[in-house]
Ligand binder design. Sequence first.
Ligand code: MRU
Length: 308
Amino acid sequence: MLTAIRYEPGTLYLLDQRVLPAEERWLALATASEVAEAIRCMVVRGAPAIAIAAGYGLALAARRGSDLDEAARTLVAARPTAVNLRWGVDRVRQARDIEAAARDLHDDDLRVNLALGEHGATLLDGGVLTICNTGALATGGHGTALGMVRSAIAHGRDIHLYACETRPWFQGARLTAWECAQDRIRCTLVADGAAASVLASGRARAVVVGCDRVARNGDTANKLGTLNLAVIARHFGVPLYVAMPWSSYDPATATGRDIIVEERDPAELGGYQHGPVDAWNPAFDVTPAELVSAWVTETGVVRVLGEG
Ligand code: MRU
């Protein structure tokens, strides 16, 4: 199975997602602050994957006899939006055996994704539109939204994935397309601006996305562009499914307005260097709960009342 995270006592190996698919480069990390920096600069990304990497970051700190609370603070501060990061760090920090807890977090994530995929598989058939990368690269394996696609295919569903390229980091064009090629999942890459046309033309009959934090009321933070998909999905009467491991649900956050949306360096925006203009580069957006047809979890499918 495709994996982007490997741990050996004292060393964390991460597949550098900044250079995929051109290069399959593994980085070897030895300290929690190196792991925090790898999370910040997107060597590893995707909410479950950054939690797993951070768990191993704590394991590295424990081996070196470093201050675990300080390591935990540094890791949690690496990216603000995905609640999985804090959840994973807290879970490992509280354990008596830090290294075993980090490994458990990793193993559990794969189990969660396989269960989530089973619950979601029956919802998908035919064309499916997605954004970002929510597959094995973004998790401990299998994936969440892409895991639903994998499970649906395993159940014999005739799935054709439409992957938004996902600017400015191109997680769709570089990572989802790469994973689909590896697993022979039928995938057509589209420019982000083509999403409405994919639905208008009937090419896709469902939208499936991941999430970084779901507030108590169901408002859902995910990769920038998800809100666009939610609005057009509602317009065209197409369901929007959010693949949500319970580790992404944050009852402590009341609504989407309370979610901190990461703003990244404007220099990441292509073209920014071509003129002296201002630029705004939020990495995520928040989709109101009423635009979500269902949240697919490892324990079952949660629907909005009245959605049937
Ligand atoms: O900035 P990224 O690449 O970390 O954003 C990732 C996403 O938005 C994913 O949809 C989300 O983390 C779920 S990954 C299973």
